[in-house]
Design a protein around this ligand. Structure first.
Ligand code: DHK
Length: 148
């Protein structure tokens, strides 16, 4: 069966490319989507959807949509990483593997970014390697799902 992956992005990631490029890089979110879709094609997996929202509830609705339709999930929760018990609770209802992605290495940044609620539900975490982290997360999900 084809592996289907949902990709979710949190607040202000729509501004990638112009937002603090010294931290987040110059790759835009549409470019990251293209990167993901190309990598998925190489791996033979399907990107079910690639979405971004600035709203916590919208992200939770999409996590719930991914239940039963996606076999794996990639999430960059952005600023909700360190604040959202509600996103953690939603992720706990997702039965497949979850990869948490951060463009920057949150442990090299301000202390308030160091704690991630999302990590309590994530199978694995990729951070600090910029946009290529999404491709690596896809590869990891493909490996994890293939081993099931
Ligand atoms: C993105 C953000 O917007 C921040 O709030 C996180 C994350 C880090 C990233 O590195 O992709 O702290």
């Amino acid at each position: 069966m084809t592996q289907s992956i949902a990709v979710l992005n949190g607040p202000s990631l729509n501004l990638l490319g112009v937002r603090e490029p010294h931290i987040y890089g110059t790759t835009t979110l549409p470019e990251i989507e293209t990167l993901c879709r190309e990598r998925a094609k190489q791996l033979g997996v399907d990107v079910l959807f690639f979405r971004q929202s600035n709203h916590e509830g919208q992200i939770i609705d999409w996590i719930q949509e991914a239940r039963g339709t996606a076999s794996g999930l990639i999430i960059n929760p952005a600023g909700f990483t360190s604040t959202s018990i509600a996103i953690l609770d939603a992720l706990k209802t997702f039965e497949g593997p979850i990869m948490e992605v951060h463009l920057s290495n949150i442990h090299r940044r301000e202390p308030f970014r160091h704690h991630s609620y999302v990590s309590l539900a994530a199978t694995g975490v990729i951070m600090g390697v910029g946009a290529q982290g999404y491709g690596l997360a896809l590869q990891a999900l493909h490996g994890l799902l293939s081993a099931r």
